[in-house]
Design a protein around this ligand. Structure first.
Ligand code: BTN
Length: 233
């Protein structure tokens, strides 16, 4: 896959989206910093220089299997954690359903999936050594290490891992590992879907990647929504 690198961009998502308008091959866009990085629900994503990895993969004409569509981002998240574990073997990363990467109860990375009429754009942002965050993020965001890291090798490996997951997600072979990495399973959770909040016990992540929550004595499976609170049982 072609990899384009930049010092500073608005958002690598913008570059990937523009690329898809004129190209029919996959490509990755990496930036050292972003001035307008964003995440799910249009929230801004803090992406300062030198301390994080920020990239987007543009995939033209992606055929998302509708029955397995919820498996794509958890597969990528699992692959990213496996790769991060090789570079940073002393830490215990976890995944909050659906695809946020956590360390010590703080979010260190996220995945954003966007569709354009020309294909799929997967954006990945991971705080590797970011030490200071804007005030509003300080209690929620963290990073992986205080030390320098081999940026080029790490980014290359993460792109390879994500790309491999995009190719192989469909049978769901990664699911046992995804469940093992989950900090959501077997916890009391609050799931926000639109304006509605559901409180219950996260019992399972099923083979479609849905979160199975027990509330008011009944099991419900959810394919979307955001887990806004996780408490031990
Ligand atoms: C989230 O946590 O909601 C997803 C965050 C995704 C951030 C990455 S950084 C690279 C790419 N460019 C962006 O503007 N967003 C994604």
């Amino acid at each position: 896959m072609k990899i384009f690198t930049f010092e500073q961009v608005t958002s690598t998502q913008d570059l990937a989206r523009n690329y898809l308008k004129q190209h029919l091959d996959k490509a990755a866009f990496v930036a050292n910093s972003q001035t307008n990085g964003y995440g799910k629900q249009g929230r801004s994503f803090y992406a300062p220089a030198n301390t994080g990895v920020y990239f987007s993969i543009a995939i033209p004409n992606f055929n998302l299997n509708p029955e397995k569509s919820e498996l794509l981002t958890p597969a990528i998240a699992t692959a990213l954690v496996n790769t991060l574990n090789i570079f940073f073997p002393l830490i215990t990363l976890q995944l909050k359903w659906v695809n946020d990467i956590y360390l010590n109860n703080k979010k260190v990375g996220g995945i954003l999936t966007e569709f354009s009429s020309k294909g799929l754009i997967i954006g990945i942002g991971i705080n590797i050594s970011t030490q200071s965050f804007p005030q509003e993020l300080q209690s929620k965001a963290g990073s992986i290490t205080k030390h320098e890291f081999n940026r080029i090798e790490l980014i290359r490996s993460l792109i390879d891992a994500a790309n491999n997951a995009i190719i192989t997600y469909d049978p769901g072979d990664f699911l046992p590992e995804y469940r093992r990495l989950s900090c959501t399973l077997n916890k009391k959770v609050t799931l926000k879907i639109g304006k509605k909040e559901i409180h219950g016990l996260a019992k399972d992540i099923n083979n479609q990647g849905e979160l199975v929550v027990k509330s008011n004595g009944k099991l419900h499976s959810y394919s979307s929504g955001e887990v806004i609170k996780v408490e031990s049982k």
